[in-house]
Ligand binder design. Structure first.
Ligand code: SAH
Length: 302
């Protein structure tokens, strides 16, 4: 019995980083206090980081970028699976903590900095040469959408597995015609195939967030789902359609492009797209927006 206990302890060399007492002792020793501004909610249910790391599908051929390791509970799960892990942490007070909790993992690099200010593509190219780049993170919720956009715009990642606010995950996965559907749904669905994997309730964290969380997996598309000649213009049209959400598409487009196209021209253009004159932008999918973009672009060239 005693031997068995001892054996288990040496094999599982690390302490349980999701145990609330361990977290309190560790953070107390380092004089750490949680910062709301930095979106700090640490996981206290060990099954969650394990499940997230498992779902991200990392193996020794993958380089995983993590944002916001906290005390390293997810980082450790990633380090056990991936070839390399790079973890970007904004809060310098956590650096000595991470040095302690992750000391045994040689494939982990902690980068001290703000993910919003780093050159993500350069970071990947420097650290993950020859590896398949993935993202896996429990994101700071206050910067979820800009971080996801920056990660996708870097054009580097094959898959992003992130824990975010459930409401945002639902918006990302939303289908046309639903209340959650918006410009960000179209952006995410254009570049990736998003799947909402599972919910994580507030009592899995310390301190508890006010919202329910969810784990979202976004698999990068190998090719765009629809033909779009000018992608920035496509998203300009999408944003215009949702800027005046309660108005008809005709009025929304008129507000955005009225200085260059008359209303009757826009009306004829919607007709040529096969849309009803009173259609709302929120009912259109990727294919319809692609068609609209092509017609608008042709009309604006005249
Ligand atoms: N992964 C940990 C902690 C998640 S809390 C866990 O699941 O327990 C969010 C983490 O993101 C915190 O460690 C916070 O300090 C960090 N963070 C907040 N803003 C950041 C930014 N702009 N860049 C990098 N890390 C950030």
């Amino acid at each position: 019995m005693v031997y068995c206990f001892y054996f288990m302890h040496t094999k599982e060399n690390t302490m349980n980083l999701c145990d609330l007492n361990n977290i309190r002792t560790l953070l107390g020793r380092h004089g750490f206090h949680f910062s709301k501004a930095m979106g700090q909610n640490f996981l206290i249910d060990a099954s969650i980081p394990q499940a997230i790391a498992e779902h991200c599908g990392a193996d020794e051929n993958c380089g995983v970028l993590e944002i916001g390791p906290g005390i390293g509970c997810l980082t450790e799960q990633l380090a056990r699976r991936a070839g390399q892990v790079v973890s970007v942490e904004l809060d310098r007070r956590l650096l000595p903590v991470l040095e302690e909790t992750l000391s045994e993992y040689e494939n982990v690099s902690i980068v001290s900095g703000d993910i919003m200010k780093l050159d993500i593509a350069a970071l990947v190219d420097t650290h993950f040469s020859g590896l398949t780049p993935l993202v896996c993170a429990n994101l700071p919720y206050n910067i979820t959408t800009p971080v996801l956009s920056a990660l996708i715009d870097s054009g580097r990642f094959q898959r992003l597995t992130v824990m975010i606010q459930k409401e945002v995950a639902q918006r990302i996965c939303a289908l046309p015609g639903t209340a959650d559907y918006g410009a960000f749904s179209l952006y995410m669905q254009f570049y990736t195939q998003p799947e909402l994997l599972f919910d994580v309730p507030p009592d899995c964290f310390t301190p508890q967030p006010k919202v329910t969380s969810a784990v979202l997996r976004c698999t990068a598309r190998k090719a765009p789902p629809v033909d779009v000649a000018d992608v920035p213009f496509f998203f300009q049209v999408v944003r215009a359609a949702f800027a005046l959400r309660r108005k008809t598409l005709l009025n929304a487009l008129s507000a955005a492009f009225g200085s260059r196209l008359r209303k009757d021209e826009l009306s004829a253009l919607l007709d040529a797209c096969g849309f009803s004159p009173t259609v709302r932008g929120e009912t259109l999918g990727l294919a319809e927006f692609a068609r609209l973009t092509a017609h608008l672009q042709a009309a604006l060239k005249h």
